[in-house]
Structure formats: structure tokens, C-alpha cells
Write a protein that binds this ligand. Sequence first.
Ligand code: CO
Length: 134
Amino acid sequence: MIGRLNHVAIAVPDLAKATERYRDMLGATVTQPEDLPEHGVTVVFIRLPNTNVELLHPLGDKSPIAPFLAKNPSGGLHHVCYEVEDINTAVEFLLATDTMRVLNPKPKIGAHGKPVVFLHPKDNDGVLTELEQA
Ligand code: CO
């Protein structure tokens, strides 16, 4: 079912510092910070040849990643995102097998303008998992 690794998302307490580290120490291509108010985050993309890393920093007071950073003040792996051919088929399959909880069975539009769903971290070895329509 899952295809390409679309991105790995890391919550960071200091976006400028993290961006600088990836650019200057690790020699990666980084983007300018981008505010995504509808997702409650500011994001910097680390462009890699085979995938992307997204550095996430809370934006606004209702940011969905604020509780995560409160629990993990030095930052940490927030989620991984895999592409699927057909998001609705993937959801139907998961709901039918009842082994992994789908947090939003009705796909929502994700940070890249494509439908996404999230799977409960407790059902996938502690990793919040995003599925994105390819
Ligand atoms: Co994501």
C-alpha cells in the first residue's frame, strides 16, 4: 500500500537554529521559512535527493505541535509521511482491518495541498504516521 517516503517531520524549538545547522553543518539545501496558519506551523523544508525533511515550529496559540514540544522541549521526530496511490482505498482498508486507528477517516488537505490522513502513533510503534495521496 505505501509507496515513497514523502517526508519526515521534526518538531524544533528554534527554527532558525535548526535551519542553520542543516544548511551550514550538514550542507543541505533549505527553504525559507513558510507560515502555514491553517496548519498552525511554520515550516522549513530540507530538500534531499530522495525525500524531504520538514522542520516544524508552532505558529499561533492553537498549534497542533505545541503539546508535542511541551512534552519534548528539545524537539523530536513528529511524524513520517508515506505516499499512497489512493487515500480513500487506504482508509477503507485500514478501517476494515481495524488494526491501526485512523485519526481523521475523512481525509483533510495537508501542508502540500493533497489529501492526508494520520494514523495513531500507538498503533505504529510510537510513530505518528501520515498517509498522503500521491
Ligand atoms: Co506531514
